[in-house]
Ligand binder design. Structure first.
Ligand code: FES
Ligand code: MG
Length: 574
């Protein structure tokens, strides 16, 4: 960083400050919008990238939050402009928002680059929107603050807390087993999502916003503030105030997102037993900065860091409890010996952020000497079934399945699987290893969250609630069970998962980190040479671009042509 920036050095000065033919147009159009030149002259222009939409319940409040950010920007002497970006509502966008993560990243990058802006506030939070907006902003490298959407309130069912996703899966299994009625299920439907905000379990949204916060991109601790808490509005306004100063300081993502910052994020990810999706997103984000994060880094950290957050799906509580327990700074405090405390954030350092932090509810945020689990936030497995690796979350699986041998039952697509699991005559036992394939980055497309394969109805009735399940898909961060995900390379591109047949024996050994198809290499080769992927139509548009450029999960599922820290030149302004 150099000294304090002068207004003539602002990027926006090239649009508004100079005296030429084009700047006449830029200024006259400001007058057209009802502004006087004095309102913008010499001020940092702040882009507010807003992923609000009418169909994103997690971002329903971001329209108001954008106004609150603007309030802060005006107060601090900046000039805010709101730029809408695609919303990627996790619940509604099909086949999966993951198909469009890189699309949003490209949109954010180009929105920032092409407009007259000096600093950026990102409003996002619903799953993919966090990594996507950050990946875009990293690339232009203007001063940036991330304003997380914040978790929604706890769900409520007759006085009992309900968690997004996690409790849906749990009670669906109970309903299928005949233990709860249709009427009870309908009451839950009305009680599980009670306010705007993101899923309030430790799903992908809570994980990714906490990681963005730990990386240093938010006002420290912002990510745990419940969306409906008045503190969330204040945080938005303060972010607006702070970004203006950051422009003068020229404090950019490249100063904040160091290799050590990513180590801190890994540590927090393990301590939270965060979503398996974070492995894809964090790798993609790091590589945009030129930091070579790998799956092995996750595994190494998982051996070192115990699970401290007692939050569903791994634990008991919800994000609202986490906030009352002290929130993210309290968790950092517990992790103090394991974190790089000098790593800087948008306003100071992690070390400064924990000075006043305290844990108020010690069962929600546990100390290092009384963890929820000694380790096991994440395990990376390898073997002839997944030569490039696959992932699971041992802490969220039934312990007896962590070493397992059983016959495969293979599904080539989602519909066939759903039909089969409802068939009460299906040839399956609790010992069977369920497999879903052709659901990877290319084959899905976009790796839909189908990885928590449903337990067959027949077994649910027998009381079975967990089985070993393998796929090249992802699963929701709110899901749980002995689910092995992100198998790479995926079946659709000829990975060995394509070679498995019903009845083949599969061996899982989490302690040894292996996943083995007990068939010899020649036979696997022979079967793969006969393999033809199922028909997919990727002949045009974004789907074509996606299929031709998407990487496998261990590389972060970025587009090959995007995964580079290279920054493009500024646009010509003529
Ligand atoms: Fe938006 Fe879960 S659906 S965060
Ligand atoms: Mg999710």
């Amino acid at each position: 960083m150099t000294g304090r920036k002068k207004p003539e050095e602002f990027r926006s000065f090239r649009w508004f400050g100079v005296k030429d033919l084009r700047s006449f147009g830029h200024r006259s159009r400001l007058y057209q919008m009802g502004y006087d030149n004095a309102e913008i002259a010499g001020k940092p222009v702040i882009a507010i990238i807003n992923t609000w939409s009418d169909i994103n319940p997690c971002h329903a409040h971001l329209r108001t939050r954008a106004e609150e950010v603007k309030r802060g920007v005006w107060q601090a002497g900046g000039f805010p402009i709101e730029l809408p970006a695609m919303s990627l509502a996790e619940t509604y966008v099909k086949p999966t928002t993951m198909l469009y993560r890189n699309f949003l990243a490209m949109e954010v990058e180009e929105l920032i680059r092409s407009h007259p802006v000096d600093g950026v506030v990102l409003l996002a939070g619903c799953d993919k929107t966090t990594p996507a907006t950050i990946m875009g902003a990293i690339q232009v490298d203007l001063p940036t603050i991330f304003v997380p959407a914040g978790p929604m309130l706890r769900g409520n069912y007759r006085g009992q807390a309900l968690g997004s996703g996690s409790d849906v899966w749990k009670y669906w299994a109970e309903k299928e087993a005949g233990r709860i009625t249709e009427q009870e299920w309908n009451v839950m439907e009305r009680g599980i999502a009670r306010s705007f905000g993101t899923c309030m379990t430790m799903g992908t949204a809570s994980t990714m916003t906490a990681l963005a916060d730990t990386l240093g991109l938010s006002l420290p601790g912002a990510s745990a503030i419940p969306a409906a808490d008045a503190g969330h509005s204040r945080m938005a306004a303060l972010s607006g105030v702070r970004i203006v100063e950051m422009v003068f300081e020229d404090l950019k993502p490249s100063h904040i997102l160091t290799a050590k910052a990513f180590e801190n994020a890994l540590t927090v990810h393990m301590a939270m037993a965060g979503s398996t999706n974070a492995m894809i997103h964090l790798i993609a984000m790091a590589r945009r900065r030129g930091v070579d994060l790998t799956l092995e880094d996750f595994d190494r950290m998982s051996e070192k860091v115990p699970v401290l957050c007692n939050i569903r799906p791994t634990g008991e509580f919800l994000m609202e409890d986490f906030y009352y327990a002290g929130g993210l700074p309290a968790l950092w405090k517990q992790l103090e010996p394991l974190l790089h405390l000098d790593e800087r954030n948008v306003i100071g350092s992690i070390g400064e952020a924990i000075r006043e932090a305290e844990v108020h509810l010690p069962d929600v945020i546990r100390p290092l000497d009384n963890p929820v689990a000694e380790r096991g936030g994440t395990a990376i497995l390898k073997g002839n079934l997944a030569p490039q690796g696959c992932v699971m979350k041992p802490a969220a699986a039934d312990a007896h399945l962590l070493k397992h041998r059983g016959p495969a039952l293979v599904f080539d697509d989602y519909d066939a699987m759903m039909k089969a699991v409802n068939d009460e005559d299906l040839d399956v036992t609790a010992n069977t290893v369920l497999i879903l394939r052709n659901a990877g980055p290319v084959g899905g497309p976009g790796m839909p969250e189908w990885g928590m394969l449903p337990i067959p109805k027949k077994l649910l009735k027998q009381g079975v609630r967990d089985m070993v399940r393998i796929s090249d898909a992802r699963m929701s961060g709110t899901s749980y069970g002995a689910c092995i995900l992100h198998v790479a390379p995926e079946a659709y591109v000829g990975g060995p998962l394509a070679a498995v047949r019903n009845g083949d024996i599969i061996a899982l050994d989490v302690a040894e980190r292996t996943l083995t198809l007990e068939i010899n290499a020649e036979e696997i080769e022979r079967r793969l040479s006969e393999w033809r992927p199922p028909e997919r139509d990727y002949s045009r548009g974004f789907l074509k671009m996606h299929a031709e450029n998407i990487q496998q999960a261990p590389e972060g599922c970025d587009f090959t042509f995007l995964q580079s820290p290279h920054k493009l030149p500024e646009p010509e302004i003529h």
